[in-house]
Design a protein around this ligand. Structure first.
Ligand SMILES: [Zn+2]
Length: 226
């Protein structure tokens, strides 16, 4: 009886010790990763960062997902040509091309471009998918507020919708979406002015790893205001 107890105690002790070691290792890795990401993070921003410059810690914690498509990244000229042929939809309900303004190159912070366009609209206006594709990530950030990262069907591009008031009911990551599908509603979450709700919309050419938070910014204005 006693021997069994002792053996059981010993097993428990070993399990606790193993757990302790794994926990310590996990904590160490997390600390190192967080530190690395924080050092890469830009100093300050007054606008939601577009995909290319979004620094976030979550990306370092999430397990890397195997890229579904291992295709080469097109040149910028080819990428813009391909996007132009996709006939992107203006993502805010009721907004026509002549109401868009090109704010892509506006300065938003020291040495930072806006890399997006702002589409002004009353709070609660429907936000619709510019293209077919997949919801890559639903993300909340300090600057962007409630945001959506959508990939196009070829996983070459990422479409970024920020400052949303709320998401469309049932919207989920990895969900396939169709051009024109309701994604959410215009708002002023993040650092948008309460009195000037708008959709901050950005496009990026993804890298080979298809990481939703990384990419080279492409001006959406000429692609939408045609
Ligand atoms: Zn903006």
């Amino acid at each position: 009886m006693r021997r069994i107890d002792r053996r059981r105690t010993e097993r428990l002790r070993r399990r606790v010790a193993n757990f302790g070691v794994s926990f310590a290792l996990g904590a160490l890795v997390a600390t190192l990763l967080t530190d690395r990401i924080q050092r890469q993070r830009p100093l300050q921003s007054t606008e939601p960062l577009s995909i290319a410059t979004t620094g976030n810690t979550e990306s370092s914690v999430a397990p890397p997902r195997a890229p579904a498509i291992e295709a080469a990244v097109p040149s910028m000229a080819d990428a813009i040509g391909a996007l132009a042929r996709r006939d992107l939809l203006i993502p805010v309900e009721g907004v026509t091309a002549n109401r868009l303004t090109d704010t892509f190159n506006d300065a938003r912070a020291v040495a930072r471009r806006h890399d997006a366009i702002d589409i002004m609209a009353p709070r609660g206006t429907e936000v619709r998918a510019v293209d077919d594709g997949t919801i890559a990530k639903l993300f909340t950030s300090k600057a962007g507020g409630l945001t959506i990262y959508q990939f196009d069907p070829s996983q070459t591009f990422s479409y970024y919708y920020a400052h949303l008031d709320h998401y469309a009911f049932g919207l989920a990551e990895r969900q396939p979406v169709k051009r024109g599908q309701l994604l959410g509603y215009v708002g002023s979450t993040g650092n948008a002015s309460e009195t000037a709700p708008h959709l901050h919309f950005a496009i990026a050419r993804l890298g080979t790893a298809r990481e939703w938070w990384k990419g080279d910014p492409i001006n959406p204005y000429p692609l939408l205001a045609k």
